[in-house]
Design a protein around this ligand. Structure first.
Ligand SMILES: [Zn+2]
Length: 183
């Protein structure tokens, strides 16, 4: 894909320069489109396969207010069948980045370069979202309590066998023997 050879977009892209908004003064806002249709690093331990949406940054007296909904996708493990699947979810952001930094007003702040780093906030929100139950599909049957096999596979195999039987294509070999005996 890219010329970076790394196969993902660096988390530095989640830093936004807000110096212009600080100068414009309270009440001013700007919409920032977030369109990462490919793998992006959020933190060393978290990568997303896509991240899209719009954020509105508003200059307030306390700093920069970040609001908006971002949709992300990444590989997850199904809670029921333990197979990997592509999970999609939304995170709603509404967070103040204090300026000047003020631990009482917010754990997040605008740094000395006039930038806000969305990565730690995003990581927090994605982990909360991921802590909810994840299933590969609503009707996932999970693993068999007796055999530990994936019941989805068994159901599919059964469905295929039923389909063949319906079409009369394959005669059960045992029935075939019976037929010859009857002759
Ligand atoms: Zn599953």
């Amino acid at each position: 894909m890219g010329a970076t050879g790394k196969g993902y977009l660096n988390k530095k892209l989640l830093r936004i320069q807000v110096g212009f908004l600080l100068t414009e003064g309270p009440g001013n806002s700007r919409e920032i489109p977030f369109i990462f249709p490919r793998r992006v690093q959020v933190e060393d331990d978290l990568y997303l396969d896509s991240l899209t949406g719009n954020l509105v940054l508003t200059r307030t007296k306390e700093g920069i207010l970040v609001q908006g909904t971002l949709r992300f996708s990444h590989t997850r493990e199904c809670d029921r069948c333990l197979e990997e699947f592509q999970g999609c979810a939304n995170v709603e952001l509404a967070e103040l980045f204090a300026y000047p930094p003020d631990a009482i007003k917010s754990v997040f702040s605008v740094d000395s370069k006039g930038e806000i780093d969305l990565a730690p906030l995003l990581r927090e929100e994605v982990l909360i979202e991921d802590s909810y139950r994840a299933v590969c599909r609503d009707d996932c049957r999970g693993l068999s309590a007796e055999t530990g096999f994936n019941l989805n596979d068994e159901i599919e195999a059964q469905a295929e066998a039923d389909l063949e039987a319906d079409h009369g294509g394959a005669i059960d070999p045992r029935l075939a023997v019976l037929r010859t005996l009857l002759k």
